[in-house]
Design a protein around this ligand. Structure first.
Ligand code: TNX
Length: 471
């Protein structure tokens, strides 16, 4: 079945016939800059051909209309050639991802596509704190994200069970706090250089890294590394269980804010993107009034390092700067009002409703991996929701976009991660990219089924859900 593109393009019109790629076919790019040549080289690699300099039957061009935005593209495939036009390089890159999906053997079916995303924020979160993921896994995850036009990688770098980023002024955070994980494995952490390597790798695939440092709760690994950060100053062993909600930074100590500023400052210098995520969820061991004071100060610290703060929806309780962003996650309507409180203050919202967008929920009762506190999440359920209708008071104009979260309490390997993320992440990618009108489960499940050969070719350990007519 041709034309099974996911996410579904804004407009797609089938033609007749196909372009057949021959060994002598070349790819041209105009203008030729290091960035556009890199994109042309990706396409040439996929097609098994070379990038040429003369006008070629496969032509990539910048200079498309500004209405395409930074990420949109126009693709025209006919028997005589392939023309991909964008206004900016990211659009060319996404057009190349579409061509990857259209390609069947040596044939690209004739088609005309005009495409651009609904939302600017199309994210995926990896929890590398509960179980650490080495560099190669993170890079592979980025590659798979890019194939489905996702553009934000949120790294949950710290939690009760582990601290996964080296901070030069507080070396024990990683050296000690990163030395184990859930279940007692050896854990791990990224050096600043490794983190920068991830940032560069992601940027080359138009994915921006959003680092998260959890506070004031979920900080046991930090307190175990530096007992002086806790209110009682007592040394504690590392935590390898999965329960949370028992740790808190000491809100009244001056040292706490030196710590926060050192950590956020170092991370801000390593992160070119504008956002730092400060967690803020489930601060069950912090008194409500302390929480509010703490997050307000942290918001100023983040701003003083030139960044915008993101926090889980609980930060809606705090007076927010309009540049701050709230990430909605709960299902319970009472607490959901917290993201509406954020939106009412002018903060933008990222939608990650746990009952649709939490990739760590089991598919059904037979799934071995995963949790089920938000219910089972079938492939259909992960796809069947509308971000602008999740929370009263958080409409389309408040939304930055959507994000899927892969919490890793039960995720011990990349194979586990892929099993939970695929194919559900692809559905979230479509919700983030495609116009609401025109999306339907019946149509989606067929297009998703057509991703089977590509996912198999890439060796993805995806869940062969019986809901999907896999090809
Ligand atoms: C809730 S979502 C959490 C995480 C857990 C996750 C497991 C959120 C902001 N907090 O700490 O890992 O559930 O599904």
């Amino acid at each position: 079945m041709p034309l099974a593109v996911v996410p579904k393009p804004a407009s797609i019109t089938p033609g007749t016939g196909a372009f057949v790629v021959r060994a002598s076919t070349t790819v041209s790019v105009n203008p030729s800059t290091p960035e556009t040549r890199r994109i042309a080289t990706v396409l040439a690699g996929v097609l098994g051909v070379n990038v040429g300099s003369a006008p070629a039957p496969i032509a990539l061009e910048l200079g498309g209309p500004p209405q395409l935005g930074d990420e949109g593209y126009e693709l025209t495939v006919a028997g005589s050639g392939v023309r991909l036009v964008a206004h900016a390089p990211a659009g060319l890159f996404y057009g190349v991802q579409t061509i990857r999906q259209l390609l069947g053997g040596r044939r690209i079916p004739a088609v005309r596509i005009r495409d651009r995303p609904r939302f600017g924020w199309r994210g995926a979160m990896l929890d590398v704190a509960r179980h650490f993921r080495p560099m190669r896994d993170v890079k592979r995850f980025v590659d798979l994200m890019a194939l489905y036009k996702l553009n934000r990688l949120h790294l949950h770098l710290t939690d009760d069970q582990g601290w996964r980023i080296a901070i030069s002024s507080w070396p024990r955070l990683a050296a000690h706090g990163g030395s184990t994980q859930v279940g007692g494995g050896k854990g791990g952490y990224y050096t600043g250089q490794q983190y920068s390597d991830i940032v560069r790798y992601a940027a080359a695939r138009y994915v921006e890294v959003v680092p998260e440092i959890e506070m004031p709760g979920h900080v046991h690994a930090a307190l175990s590394s530096y007992p002086k950060l806790s209110c009682d100053g007592k040394a504690t062993p590392l935590h390898t269980g999965i329960e949370v909600g028992f740790s808190s930074l000491c809100v009244d100590k001056a040292l706490t804010y030196e710590f926060v500023s050192d950590v956020i400052g170092e991370l801000a210098r390593l992160t070119p993107g504008p956002f730092i995520h400060i967690g803020g969820d489930e601060a069950a061991a912090t008194k409500p009034a302390d929480y509010v004071r703490f997050v307000r100060r942290v918001q100023e610290i983040v701003r003083s390092h030139g960044k915008r703060m993101i926090g889980w929806e609980e930060i809606g309780r705090v007076k927010l700067h309009p540049s701050s962003v709230v990430q909605h996650w709960t299902l319970d309507t009472g607490r959901s009002a917290l993201s509406a409180r954020g939106a009412a203050q002018g903060a933008k919202v990222i939608m990650s409703p746990a009952d649709h967008a939490y990739l760590d929920m089991k598919y059904d009762a037979s799934t071995q991996l995963g949790l089920k506190w938000a219910g089972y999440t079938s492939v259909r359920n992960a796809y069947s929701w509308e971000p602008a209708r999740q929370v009263a008071g958080v409409g389309a104009s408040s939304l930055l976009g959507v994000e899927a979260a892969l919490w890793s309490e039960t995720v011990r390997s990349m194979a586990d991660a892929e099993y939970l993320a695929f194919p559900r992440l692809i559905g979230i990618a479509e919700i983030g990219w495609s116009p609401m009108r025109g999306r339907s489960w019946a149509d989606y499940r067929t297009r998703l089924g057509a991703q089977g050969p590509l996912l198999r070719a890439l060796g993805v350990n995806f869940y062969r859900s019986p809901e999907i007519p896999w090809r």
